[in-house]
Design a protein around this ligand. Structure first.
Ligand SMILES: [Cu+2]
Length: 472
């Protein structure tokens, strides 16, 4: 149904369209700001990797999904849905060494664990057919037969994923490999994951959940802390940016438009580093950057801003405070990792994303998700080209496409080759209203039933998902 709120939301989103390609139009949105607290009063929490039980040939973890009371806003307590009681946990895996996770569900809602970006066998991919009911448990096997990249874990239950992610269930999952370790990029304590998202809080710290209320989520959280500060050394850092928001675009700028180096996207390292001053981080995406704080003296404070805040909202995401010297043997090589050649596509498919104003559903090729319908039947090893068209010109709503199982490369956007920042392997692509993009991909190794969908979680919940049956 088209409510007044839907119209407002859709109209407001058009502002994003106007903003992103050219000059910024800030403040075209409506919405009321709740108290979000002063920025930079809380230190960033840098999660330590979870410690596995090391078995012969594999790492074993137990992840219990349960409610927990944590401090997010100073002086208040927030009940979240968590993995093992914490926000933003981190798992570090190694290429070729399998990770096995026993997921135990102590929530009172179902949970279906999906490793976003994982090259994962069907039974461990978190299909809603396999969701774990309250009190249940399930074993997930991640072979990690894939290149180094920053992945993340979130829920994929049929109607609960958006709320489960919003209430805190998001883990970062890093795959490392020998090639990447051989590069002189910043490592150890200078390799930091930043999970970014928004939320709406009551004054008492309780999370406000409204599927349609994304314009009211004015508190920006980084690793579960509101607009934190991070004390850094005057040297290079590798920052892994993960957008775990339901709907929010971060248009990231450092300080007064400082330069930083873009080194990786969803599927891992770019072919070559890209110097940049602004980065779009859409829901579900990961981008990795290297920032050289040696350019700034001790005492300098650099704010990371979102150049597209909602109306009534301040742009700050977090602040880097340069507080000490440090040696810096790291550097960014001029070449990183070449993109594989997928050959010539044998299959071409088209996906048109649209919003049905009568039903309030978000559709792919005119249809909402149906768990009993198989939409496409790709063959293993056969290269395909997908043309993704965003037909939402009336409301100007952005949409994305995230096929499970394998990464893709972007062939073109509106017929033009992708920018250098999009020249690497991706698993999620956002397409603005009235625009189209073509991607090339090839499914490998695993047969079975997998999903592809828009990663704006509200849209996914309102139907924007299809199923593919992959066979030999
Ligand atoms: Cu969408």
């Amino acid at each position: 149904m088209l409510t007044r709120r839907n119209v407002l939301r859709a109209g407001a989103t058009a502002g994003v369209l106007a903003a992103v390609p050219g000059g910024l139009v800030v403040g075209s949105r409506s919405g009321t700001a709740r108290a979000a607290g002063s920025p930079f009063t809380t230190p960033l929490k840098v999660p330590a990797p979870l410690r596995p039980v090391r078995l012969v040939g594999q790492d074993f973890y137990r992840l219990t999904t349960r409610e927990a009371d944590v401090t997010m806003l100073p002086g208040t307590t927030t009940r979240i849905r968590s993995f093992n009681g914490t926000m933003s946990p981190l798992i570090v895996a190694r290429r070729g060494r399998p990770v096995v996770i026993e997921q135990i569900n102590r929530l009172d809602v179902p949970f279906s664990m999906h490793l976003h970006g994982g090259h994962t066998p069907e039974g461990s991919d978190g299909h809603p057919r396999n969701q774990v009911d309250p009190g249940g448990r399930r074993i997930f096997r991640y072979p990690n037969a894939q290149d180094a990249a920053t992945l993340w874990i979130h829920d994929h239950t049929h109607h609960g994923h958006a709320e489960n992610a919003y209430r805190g269930l998001a883990a970062t999952y890093i795959v490392t490999d020998e090639f990447e370790e051989s590069l002189p990029l910043p490592k150890g304590q200078y390799d930091v994951t930043l999970q970014m998202r928004d939320a709406d809080f009551e004054e008492n710290g309780a999370l406000v959940w409204d599927l349609h209320g994304f314009e009211d989520r004015h508190t920006i959280l980084v690793n579960g802390r509101p607009r934190p500060f991070f004390e850094v050394a005057a040297r290079k850092y590798r920052l892994r940016l993960v957008n775990t928001s339901n709907e929010r675009l971060f248009l990231l700028q450092l300080g007064e438009g400082e330069e930083f180096t873009h080194i990786a996207t969803d599927g891992g390292l770019l072919p070559a580093p890209v110097p940049t001053r602004m980065l779009q981080l859409w829901p579900g995406e990961r981008h990795e950057i290297v920032v050289d704080f040696a350019r700034y003296g001790i005492g300098r404070k650099l704010v990371l801003n979102n150049a597209y805040p909602y109306e009534g909202e301040s742009p700050e995401v977090m602040r880097f405070d340069v507080v000490r010297d440090a040696d810096d043997p790291s550097s960014v090589p001029s070449q990183l990792r070449p993109v594989p050649d997928f050959g010539t596509s044998e299959i071409e498919r088209e996906f048109t994303m649209s919003f049905n104003r009568q039903t309030g559903e978000h559709l792919i090729n005119g249809k909402p998700f149906d768990i009993d319908r198989v939409d496409i039947r790709p063959k293993l090893g056969v290269t395909e080209t997908w043309k993704i068209t965003n037909a939402d010109t009336q409301f100007g709503i952005p949409h994305s496409m995230h096929p499970h199982l394998d990464t893709f490369k972007i062939l073109d956007r509106n017929g033009k080759p992708p920018a250098a920042a999009e020249a690497g392997l991706k698993d999620t692509i956002t397409v603005m209203a009235g625009e189209s993009a073509r991607i090339q991909l090839r499914f490998t190794d695993y047969e079975g039933l997998y999903m592809y969908h828009c990663h704006l979680m509200g849209h996914l919940q309102m139907g924007m998902m299809g199923q593919m049956k992959i066979t030999r």
